[in-house]
Design a protein around this ligand. Structure first.
Ligand SMILES: [Ca+2]
Ligand SMILES: [Ca+2]
Length: 147
């Protein structure tokens, strides 16, 4: 009887989840191609902000920048970044080392990366430099769109 009961509970939960999904408002087909799946954490990232999260999937501790930072230790975020989303209109170069040195990842306007671990850049970022346009420097890993 216990197994039947827990099975029923599971089915009830699934039905409840299904109901939630079907109640969600439909997204327009022509949604901004740069937008990423909305969740409690991605809503932390406002327009015109370069956003950083500690954990993959845009989760955990959040930092939002609007200007360059030469040492992430100063914002208590050294070697912590795992996910990013650039909601500014310019590219940002993220550096492995402080004072804009070392390996570079360039995140173009609107681009997001859910897991920098997929690009050998997990928990590496120590500085970030806002660019004046959407051009990335040569030698950088370039991110465009959803990654
Ligand atoms: Ca991390
Ligand atoms: Ca580093």
């Amino acid at each position: 009887m216990k197994n039947v009961k827990s099975h029923l509970v599971a089915v009830t939960i699934l039905l409840a989840m299904g109901a939630c999904v079907s109640e969600a408002p439909e997204q327009p087909e022509e949604a901004d191609s740069t937008s990423i799946e909305t969740s409690a954490s991605t809503s932390q990232c406002s327009l015109n902000v370069m956003c950083f999260w500690e954990d993959n999937g845009f989760a955990g501790t959040f930092k939002g920048l609007t200007a360059s930072v030469s040492d992430f230790v100063a914002i208590s975020f050294g070697d912590a970044t795992t996910a990013v989303w650039n909601r500014t209109s310019v590219a940002w170069v993220l550096f492995q080392d402080d004072t804009f040195r070392g390996a570079m990842a360039c995140v173009r306007p609107g681009a997001s990366v859910a897991n920098l671990g997929n690009f050998s850049f997990n928990d590496e970022i120590s500085s970030a430099q806002r660019q004046s346009g959407d051009i990335c420097p040569s030698g950088a890993i370039v991110f465009t769109g959803i990654n």
